[in-house]
Design a protein around this ligand. Structure first.
Ligand code: ADP
Length: 981
């Protein structure tokens, strides 16, 4: 230690400063260091920072510190009896430490003071403080520092007694509470109540001298003599040193001290090393006191070794704790950092989805305009879901489910109705504008509007439009929506087998969606749209649940005010929705559904109607879509009629529409082709013309075009003004030209018009008539349903009904062989069971009638007959061909052809009664289409026939019959039956 402190810098410091303790500390660094220590000591009296500080910093070369060290050195050298030579030169003149046999006793509450260490203490006892100051003044700045024993019965805790209470103990009591062995402490400085002590040597109290302040008599203690070369002592001390080095590696707490001392460890003697180790260890006060009291050097080293080993363990634990915490923190930090980066990236890409507040705000904002109209139960659910959204983790699947759910809930048009049109006249105009005929449908819609007007509100209804394809069921639906000023939504239920399509999925399923109706409301944005449910007769059969029943809940006006979609889970009011269904065959609609519908049948169109539709509607749209102008084309009535009769004979007009579009496409091509062959000439003409001249020409040429005239005049006036101003500046003319955009654009349109006029002029009008119709639409696919102009013997025209509308069909009978008892009937033509039975009945009845009319004619008894119904590829069934079959057989038997242009339909009983049939309208239309003049219908169908539009009935000779004999009379009896034309 002496060597350590006798560095040249210190000697220099000593030379410059006044030697000894009288030197006032003027170096900031010492105070700074002490201040820091005091601070630390005050802050945490429990921890190891309470340890005294060894004045070991060799770099801190203050003269004051050096002087103190020299003092110590002086004392030590004497004690140890060595190295006295080097120091004797600067020995001070005042009393030596060993001279102090009576000292003031300073109680230390926390730790004993080890020789060679600083210790700041706070003296709260004014008397003691005064005595200390006094002894400093008397140049005897020494006192005895003794560790205070714990109060008997209290826990050995340093905080049990505060510094204040330590100084409350006085006199004898204090004397008894002090440990016997203490340290001679030099009073280094006193600042306020802070006293800095420096430990010197061990003392033992022998007796009390005075009580207040406590003064005691002491013995100065020396270590027991020991062998410096003792291996055990050496080994122990090395172990202490290496342990201290290890502590240094892991703990930074005492790094400075250990570093300094391990560098100079060679300067240590063993007792000092033991003191040092104990002093810097975090051992408790009793363990430290034990080291202080131990005068056997080896034992002291061993005690110290225990303490530093413990310190080592503690620092290891400390290190592992620090490491674990650091890992945790750095892991969390990394995660946080990555999350933040992810958010930033998402935001940048516009994918920021988990911003809960923004989401909630969006939903609320969306709901706000509808809040008043929104039913309270829905509002409640929305609020609950919004709260839930805030509580959920943004990355959880539940969050997404809730978000989607809220999305649907808030997007629906709760109570948001479009203003309905209750103006009947206006509605009629719109309906007529879109469709020809269809009076039934239109009438029904007008009734609906009238009721709505009288009641002030409209009620949802189900209208079912049934009829063959292409008769305008879907398009009239759209037109009704327009007339009523409702939004239109169409969905087809053809082949639909999943109930979830109508009722929605439960939200718990992945990818769950609401049903079609909720999707519809979202789409249209109003709660009273017109919903067209297409192909309701082709509804599929569900394996789990019946779609028809689900549809029933949706459509039934009794139930749909509270329609519950599985996804939405809150009832929605569909009572204001107008449902229009379409079907080809009403019979295929499930009965409970049909029950609730108002069926309007659209049977199909007759030629006359088709002509109107083609002329007024289809041609117009086809022309517009093809960009052809009315004046560029003419389709003659004959051509149109030919088209309808030879190409498009079916009930609907879709095929007709396709053909007309085909014609117009071809016309467009022709126009463009011819137009382009003329183009070079036209463009040359136009290019050659100066704009002004061109305009002048237009003015001259097209007098009737007022607009063109006007433009010409305007341009002329611009030209004039510019001519007038030529002398002023050409710039002005430019300004007129550039600024006056309207004039410029007028000029441009004018040029375009001119161009167009030229093109139109160049191409001749395209005429479509019967002669060139085949050029546009090809050869007719079939000439007629009429195979025969005049039906031969055994052939009769019947009338049939199919999903495609009505049609005519022939029943043919021929004789296969003749012979006694050969009478039999063979049937072909893909007939169903009912029709086969009809044939049997007809055979029997025909035989009976023949027997009655010509009792001698054994035709049926002796003839094997073959009955066939073309076309053989089409399956047929139904009882309505009964009368036709009898007539056909009788015609063969009597060898009489039936009347020309006659068609019949009717079921026959075995007694010859004629029963009613269905599809009168379709059958009548089909008969008309095929040039039939006379129709025989069952009497029971008279009512149906009378309901037909006059134009359908016009020119038809209709006979209503009850019994087959009437038919016989009409078809076979009359004498004017002829075989020729
Ligand atoms: P459907 O639904 O009955 O199969 P669509 O409604 O699709 O038939 O009608 C086919 C086409 O025929 C549509 O372009 C429609 O405008 C036209 N159409 C049908 N009936 C009429 C009509 N009475 N007046 C005008 N166009 C009609």
């Amino acid at each position: 230690m002496l060597k350590l402190l006798s560095s040249s810098s210190r000697v220099q410091c000593l030379n410059t400063a006044t030697p000894g303790l009288r030197v006032k500390p003027d170096s900031n660094s010492v105070f700074h260091a002490l201040g820091r220590l005091t601070d630390l000591t005050r802050r945490s009296p429990k921890n190891s920072l309470f340890r005294a500080c060894f004045c070991s910093d060799s770099s801190d070369s203050s003269g004051y510190q050096a002087a103190v060290e020299v003092e110590i050195k002086g004392a030590e050298s004497e004690l140890n009896g060595s190295e006295s030579k080097a120091s004797s030169a600067i020995l001070p003149t005042y009393a030596r430490p060993e001279d102090f046999l009576t000292v003031l006793a300073l109680p230390l509450p926390h730790r004993p003071l080890f020789p060679g260490f600083y210790m700041p203490i706070y003296v709260k006892d004014p008397k003691l403080l005064a005595a200390l100051q006094e002894s400093r003044k008397r140049q005897a700045p020494y006192a005895g520092a003794f560790l205070l024993k714990d109060e008997p019965g209290t826990e050995s805790s340093p905080s049990a007694e505060t510094e204040k209470s330590v100084y409350d103990i006085k006199g004898k009591e204090l004397f008894n509470r002090l440990h016997e062995v203490g340290t001679l402490a030099q009073i280094s400085s006193i600042q306020g109540d802070q006293v800095i002590l420096i430990g010197h040597r061990r003392l033992r109290i022998t007796e009390m001298v005075s009580e207040d302040p406590l003064t005691v008599k002491v013995d100065h203690l020396k270590e027991k003599p020991y062998d410096k070369d003792d291996d055990v002592i050496k080994a122990t001390s090395f172990e202490v040193i290496s342990t201290l080095r290890d502590v240094l590696k892991t703990s930074s707490l005492w790094r400075d001290h250990v570093q300094t001392y391990s560098q100079h460890i060679g300067d240590f003697n063993f007792p000092r090393l033991a003191d040092f180790g104990a002093a810097i260890s975090g051992a408790n006060k009793l363990q430290c006191q034990q080291v202080l009291e131990e005068l056997d050097v080896h034992k002291r080293l061993q005690l110290t070794l225990e303490l530093v080993k413990k310190e080592m363990e503690i620092s290891k634990i400390q290190e592992s704790i620090a490491k674990a915490i650091e890992e945790k923190i750095s892991g969390e930090q990394r995660r946080y950092l990555l999350n933040e980066q992810l958010k930033a990236i998402k935001k940048e890409l516009g994918l920021e989805t988990d911003d809960k507040t923004a989401l909630s705000a969006k939903f609320r904002e969306r709901l706000e305009p509808n809040r008043e109209k929104c039913p309270p139960h829905v509002l409640q659910v929305i609020e609950e879901e919004l709260t839930k959204l805030q509580l959920l983790e943004a990355s959880s699947s539940e969050f997404n489910v809730t978000r989607n759910y809220l999305d649907w809930l808030t997007v629906l048009p709760w109570g948001n109705y479009s203003d309905e049109n209750f103006d009947v006249v206006w509605a009629q105009t719109i309906l007529d504008e879109d469709h020809y005929g269809l009076t039934d449908v239109k009438e029904r819609i007008l009734e609906f509007i009238a009721v709505g007007k009288l009641r002030g509100t409209s009620q949802g209804k189900i209208i079912c439009l049934s009829g063959p394809p292409g008769v305008g069921k879907t398009s009239i639906g759209r037109s009704i929506a327009r007339a009523l000023n409702r939004k239109f939504f169409r969905f087809s239920v053809g082949g639909l087998s999943d109930v979830a399509e109508i009722k929605g999925h439960r939200r718990t399923y992945i990818g769950a969606m609401p049903g079609k109706m909720v999707q519809c409301l979202k789409n249209v944005g109003t709660a009273n749209p017109l919903v067209l449910i297409d192909e309701i007769d082709k509804l599929g059969r569900g394996y789990a649940g019946d779609p028809a029943s689900a549809l029933l809940e949706l459509l039934d006006p009794e139930q749909n005010a509270n329609f519950l979609d599985h996804y939405l889970d809150v009832p929605i009011d569909l009572s204001k929705v107008l449902f229009v269904c379409t079907a080809n065959v009403v019979d295929n609609i499930p009965n409970p559904l049909l029950d609730r519908m108002e069926v309007i049948a659209i049977a199909g169109y007759i030629t006359d109607e088709k002509m109107h539709i083609a002329r007024d509607y289809l041609e117009k749209t086809a022309r517009e879509t093809c960009g052809v102008k009315p004046e560029q084309v003419e389709v003659t009535d004959e051509a149109l009629l030919g088209l309808i009769e030879n190409y498009c004979r079916e009930a609907g007009v879709r095929n007709l529409q396709k053909h007309i579009e085909k014609i117009y496409r071809k016309i467009a091509l022709r126009l463009v082709r011819e137009g382009s062959s003329n183009e070079p000439v036209i463009s040359e003409d136009v290019v050659q013309l100066h704009p002004a001249e061109a305009k002048a020409e237009v003015v001259d040429e097209s007098d009737q075009h007022a607009a063109a005239n006007k433009t010409g005049v305007e341009v002329e006036s611009v030209g004039n003004s510019s001519h007038e101003n030529t002398s002023e500046a050409s710039v002005q003319v430019d300004t007129v030209q550039t600024n006056d955009q309207t004039k410029d654009s007028k000029e441009a349109t004018h040029t375009e018009k001119l161009l167009e006029a030229e093109v139109t002029k160049a191409v001749e009008k395209v005429l479509v008539d019967t002669s060139n119709l085949a050029d546009f639409v090809g050869k007719p696919l079939f000439h007629a349903e009429r195979i025969y102009d005049q039906t031969p013997v055994g052939v009769v025209m019947g009338l049939a009904w199919t999903a495609m509308g009505g049609s005519t069909l022939y029943i043919e009978t021929t004789q296969v062989e003749q012979g006694e008892g050969k009478g039999a009937l063979h049937v072909t033509g893909q007939l169903g069971d009912v029709m086969k039975e009809s044939a049997q009945i007809a055979h029997t009845l025909a035989r009976a009638i023949l027997l009655e009319k010509e009792p001698d004619n054994p035709f049926f008894a002796n003839s094997k007959l073959h009955l066939h119904v073309p076309a053989g590829a089409t399956p047929k069934d139904g009882p309505s061909a009964g009368c036709t079959m009898i007539t056909s057989m009788l015609s063969l038997a009597l060898k009489k052809p039936v009347r020309k242009d006659l068609a019949m339909t009717g079921e026959v009983t075995l007694t010859g009664r004629i029963l009613p049939i269905g599809g009168v309208k379709e059958k009548t239309i089909a008969a008309r289409r095929n040039g039939v003049k006379t129709i025989i219908l069952p009497s029971a169908n008279r009512r149906d026939y009378d309901e037909l539009a006059p134009n359908v009935r016009e020119g038809l000779d209709v006979h209503f019959v009850d019994d087959y004999t009437q038919i016989f009379n009409l078809a076979l009896k009359s004498d004017d039956n002829n075989t020729g034309n």
